[in-house]
Design a protein around this ligand. Structure first.
Ligand code: RIB
Length: 347
């Protein structure tokens, strides 16, 4: 019988293990047991599963890999914004470490779009990938549940969801924000604003919490010193213009990432405000761009290479069955003080 492909407006629908179970009238776990040959399935049920797999044209990864009798030694890294050096630096580390273990890395750029992320997951399910690293925005519980059911190892980098039944590597975002505020206070700032990143991302959220907890005791603090942006340069520029319009007497800005801090530098320069001397600016990430701005940018540097190297090792251990436990790893950040927070001599 010729397998019947399932069509939608956009073309083939890739059947999942859940579709097979539903058509065969049995549970997902029974189908999984049959596919992985990890337990007894009676003849009648086996035939129902075979009929459903054929009818749905289902191509389960583990059967293909099982038939091939080997792994593909290929992992995937899904990034939200490959144009941001933070992510390309992460990718560099992931690839370096994966190569030492004999693995090839496939990169996917989701452009911060959930629909692109979902499309990558669907495609990767059929590409015999040994495991996936998500450094993306919208990876959530359903994706984790689906990948677990399919038996595809995965880990999360930088922006992983809060729940911890899989390994997550990120930096100490909240502590880093506290460090930024302390540095701005130390160099004499007495009215500090925060340009914060997207709050659906744990990195944006944690840095805002760290900032608010550090400043809420000061009499100069008001929530109007907070301005949202999108982790990009243009967003940082617009946020700075709005902040200076509301509070012309701001003398310090903590931006939730380096690109928004670069935007702040640009906006302040356009307004004829001397960065450092009049308004000190601190970013977050530690990307190379901070070394070539004028003035050079003070930042809270994430251990980007170490984060990428660790997540790569964790995924490969998970693939090879040697990972003892899944857990959250939060790595230390460090202040790199440069000219953008160098204040007036008489401070
Ligand atoms: O610059 C991009 C930001 O998004 C970084 O701070 C990183 O932590 C990610 O969440």
């Amino acid at each position: 019988m010729v397998p019947l492909p399932l069509f939608t407006r956009r073309g083939f629908v890739i059947a999942t293990i859940r579709d097979v179970a539903k058509l065969a009238g049995i549970s997902v776990s029974t189908v999984s047991r049959y596919l992985n040959k990890s337990g007894y399935v009676n003849a009648e049920t086996e035939q129902s599963i075979k009929n459903a797999i054929e009818k749905l044209n289902y191509a389960p990864n583990q059967v293909a890999r099982g038939l091939a009798g080997k792994k593909t030694n290929t992992i995937a890294l899904i990034l939200p914004d490959i144009s941001n050096l933070f992510f390309s630096d992460l990718a560099r580390a992931v690839e370096d470490v994966a190569a030492t273990y004999g693995y090839t890395v496939i990169f996917g750029n989701s452009d911060d779009q959930g629909v692109k992320e979902k499309r990558y997951i669907e495609t990767l399910k059929q590409k015999y990938i040994d495991g996936i690293i998500f450094a993306s925005n919208t990876f959530g519980h359903d994706d984790a549940e689906m990948l677990t059911k399919l038996g595809i190892p995965f880990v999360c980098l930088d922006r992983g969801p809060d729940e911890q039944n899989f390994s997550v590597v990120r930096s100490k975002n909240r502590e880093g924000a506290v460090m930024a505020v302390q540095h701005l206070l130390d160099v004499g700032c007495r009215k500090i604003a925060h340009i914060y990143g997207p709050q659906h991302l744990i990195t944006g959220k944690e840095r805002l919490i760290g900032f608010e907890r550090s400043v809420q005791g000061f009499d100069w603090y008001t929530p109007t010193l907070l301005e949202p942006a999108d982790f990009r340069i243009a967003g940082g520029m617009k946020a700075t213009e709005r902040l200076l319009e509301r509070h012309p007497d701001i003398d310090g800005i903590f931006a939730g990432n380096d690109l928004m801090a670069v935007g702040a530098l640009k906006a302040l320069n356009r307004m004829g405000i001397r960065v450092g001397e009049q308004v000190a600016v601190c970013g977050f990430d530690g990307i190379q761009t901070t070394e070539i701005t004028a003035p050079e940018l003070t930042t809270i540097a994430q251990p980007i290479y170490d984060m990428g190297a660790l997540i790569s090792r964790l995924l490969i251990k998970k693939i090879e069955g040697t990972l003892e436990e899944d857990k959250l790893y939060e790595l230390d950040v460090k202040l790199i003080a440069r000219e953008s927070t160098l204040r007036r001599k008489n401070i």
